[in-house]
Design a protein around this ligand. Structure first.
Ligand code: C5P
Length: 231
């Protein structure tokens, strides 16, 4: 269940394929974001699935319930393993999304909510979005809404994982980006933890991009993350 997910933040299938071809033994869980999906379309998902990878499709849907339900229905036909939406779209929208994702046999991919984007700080939350509650209260409230709607978990910082589980139940999943190796570059991530620390803090899935994709030896970097996080 717990796993390391590699963020494939590449602009084209060509570059993605070059990266994937490095992995001759493992079949890592891969995340496809907007950049790659909008450039290459659903075919990139089919190609990755055909090669035996699990897929987290990170498209963060947010629209009226009926539109999200139908969008999710299209995504569920792609046989993905995990996808996400914005909890800000309401409990009704999240329930509609679940309905759209569920196949006639009752199976469906994991559905994960984004609470507040990490690019929004407390100042903007108050002055621009006019949300008066603190960031922490807002994030936890949105996480509880996601749990009420029946979603499987949220994207959050490893530092918030324990609190999310306290608020939403221990089985509620935490998918955590912002992971860096102890001796690595932090880049633009503000609050980072190592894979081992993320495990200690209770993350279910860690999402790692550049520390693996920009590494001189991506396979070794992936193996290091897996060892630190899963062993
Ligand atoms: O390269 P890096 O390890 O920073 O990549 C992290 C991935 O997780 C990126 O695809 C980024 O968009 C995503 N992400 C994030 N922080 C969030 C939500 C998603 O870094 N709060």
């Amino acid at each position: 269940m717990r796993d390391v997910i590699i963020a494939c933040d590449f602009p084209s299938w060509e570059k993605t394929k070059r990266f994937m071809n490095l992995f001759t033994e493992e079949k890592p869980f891969l995340k496809i974001g907007m950049e790659l999906f909008y450039a290459e379309g659903p075919q990139v998902v089919r190609e990755m699935k055909a090669r035996g990878h699990k897929i987290f499709l990170d498209l963060k849907l947010h629209d009226i319930p009926n539109t999200v339900k139908k969008g999710m229905r299209s995504l569920s036909n792609l046989d993905i393993d995990m996808c996400n939406l914005h909890a800000a779209g309401s409990i009704e929208m999240m329930r509609a999304a679940l309905e759209g994702l569920t196949k006639p046999d009752g199976s469906r991919p994991l559905l994960i909510a984004v609470t507040q984007l990490t690019s929004i700080d407390e100042e903007r939350l108050h002055s621009e979005l006019l949300i008066e509650k603190s960031m922490d209260e807002t994030v936890m409230h949105y996480a509880r809404n996601a749990a009420v709607a029946g979603l499987d978990g949220v994207v959050c910082s490893p530092l918030e994982a324990a609190k999310v589980k306290q608020a939403c139940g221990s089985g509620f999943l935490t998918i955590t980006p912002g992971v860096r190796f102890e001796d690595g570059d932090v880049g633009d991530q503000k609050r980072v933890t190592t894979p081992a620390k993320a495990r200690e803090l209770g993350s279910d899935y860690i999402v790692i991009g550049r520390p693996i994709t920009d590494s001189a030896d991506p396979v070794a970097a992936y193996r290091r993350a897996v060892k630190d996080f899963l062993d």
